[in-house]
Design a protein around this ligand. Structure first.
Ligand code: EPU
Length: 415
């Protein structure tokens, strides 16, 4: 199994280009199932999850090729509407095929995602909403078997779930009549999915607000070409790297509006942040002020940056708290950060961090995508050598992270 070796405590300086957003890409890939034809997606990150989703689309009958950060998808043949366990267990976003397959074929079988590394991640909001659209759902041999063409209805989500919003949008655009979705997610990934569906000819009103009105169409058209939006979580991760390691890092190809809360928190922590069009420059500061964070649905502080923010606060000058209100158990990075010399204690879903003057390199183990990112950040800031094992997690969400960090002066090698 591959690992990273990092020799820390080096200043980082230079430019990093941000790639396309994984969490925008994945539902856009599945939405190509809605209308037969050819699609070209640009700015596609070369990730393990991109390849897993491509494999899933192929198993369903599509042909997919991936080269030079471009995806070519042909969905003329969609013959086997099944997402099998071997793929769903490695990537929960496989669940995103449910909505489009119901829209196109009125039939989908998707393995029920189990828990994940940090705890239960239910899909009840998706299921309840699909039932309201008249879809018949049963559980057979660990698979959700969904049958029926969606029929418009009014649905109010009990929580603005990103995945349920995406799935229900995709199920409704080819449904019969009008669907009204209330309390929907507002994440840029979901807005971008909406833009893509509208380009396919979908009738969606209210995009960017918490209520969507969708009038079902008889058919949709393929989209010749579409650019995946920049990954705000990747951008946030590299900004925190710059803030932790001193020096000056410029993040290019980013939409600063998508991470304005992260920029505000960084400024509060005492670093200088300058935004110029699609770039953000962060200048590290030796004295980091402690800043509390509580995660919330967009535009709140993203749960996908919670682990990285905890890593940052481990070297702040004082006490801070980080609370995750989206995933109560997403803290597997905490004991590993403590191995690097951090002083973090947990109480329910709140981490209390007492800043230390130095982290010290150690062997640590990554447990999920964002936990891995936090361990890389902490190792970059540590004195001495760290070894991070199980780095396959990071390859799910960050394209060749070591090469990009090397370019700005990090001493990191994959072995
Ligand atoms: N929830 C339910 N029932 C449901 C669905 C969600 O109770 O049916 C709960 C979840 O347990 C959680 C909260 O609602 O407490 C939010 O879940 P949501 O459905 O919004 O998350 P998701 O769609 O499963 C996406 C991202 C995650 C990101 C979350 C929150 C993708 C492919 N995944 O997951 O990204 O953390 O939104 O922003 O878009 C990552 O990239 O590392 C990652 C985990």
């Amino acid at each position: 199994m591959e690992k990273f070796e990092i020799l820390g405590a080096r200043e980082l300086n230079g430019k990093i280009k941000i790639n396309g957003a994984k969490n925008a890409l994945l539902p856009i890939m599945t939405s190509t199932l809605l209308a037969p034809g050819n699609y070209l997606l640009n700015n596609v990150p070369d990730l393990k999850d991109t390849r897993t989703m491509a494999e899933l689309l192929r198993r369903i009958g599509a042909s997919v090729s991936f080269k030079n950060n471009q995806l070519l998808i042909n969905t003329v043949n969609v013959s086997k509407p099944v997402a099998p366990y071997d793929l769903v267990k490695t990537m929960r976003a496989s669940f995103y095929v449910l909505g489009p397959l119901l829209g196109r074929l009125g039939h989908a079988e998707v393995s029920l995602p189990g828990g994940c590394a940090w705890g239960p991640r239910p899909v009840d909001i998706h299921i309840e909403a699909l039932k309201k659209l008249g879809v018949n759902i049963s559980l057979e041999g660990g698979n959700i078997v969904a049958k029926g063409n969606p029929i418009g209805n009014n649905i109010k989500f009990k929580f603005p779930s990103v995945g349920a919003t995406g799935n229900l949008m995709m199920a409704s655009v080819l449904g019969k009549g009008q669907t009204i979705l209330k309390n929907v997610a507002l994440e840029p990934d979901i807005i971008s999915l909406g833009d893509f569906l509208i380009k396919m000819g979908a009738d969606i009103k209210g995009l960017g607000t918490s209520e969507l009105v969708i009038n079902g169409k008889d058919r949709l058209n393929p989209v010749d070409e579409f650019d995946i939006i920049p990954d705000r979580i990747e951008a946030g991760t590299f900004l925190i790297a710059g803030a932790m390691c001193g020096g000056s890092i410029e993040i290019e190809n980013v939409n600063p509006d998508h991470i304005s809360i992260v920029i505000d928190k960084l400024i509060e922590s005492g670093v200088r942040v300058k935004t110029v069009k699609n770039s953000i420059i962060v200048n590290g500061n030796k004295k980091i002020k402690p800043v509390n964070v509580t995660t919330a649905p967009y535009p709140g502080f993203p749960t996908d940056l919670q682990a990285q923010w905890i890593a940052y606060m481990t070297i702040a000058n004082g006490l801070s708290t980080v609370t995750d209100e989206i995933y109560y158990d997403r803290f597997t990075h905490v004991p590993e950060l403590n191995r690097l010399g951090a002083n973090i204690t947990m109480n329910k879903n709140t981490a209390t961090i007492i800043g230390v003057s130095n982290l010290k390199g150690a062997p640590v183990m990554s447990t999920d995508i964002r936990a891995s990112a936090s361990l890389i950040l902490a190792s970059l800031a540590s004195i001495g050598k760290s070894k991070i094992s199980r780095i396959y997690h990071i390859d799910r969400g960050y394209e060749k992270i070591e090469n990009r960090l090397k370019k700005v002066g990090a001493d990191i090698t994959r072995s």
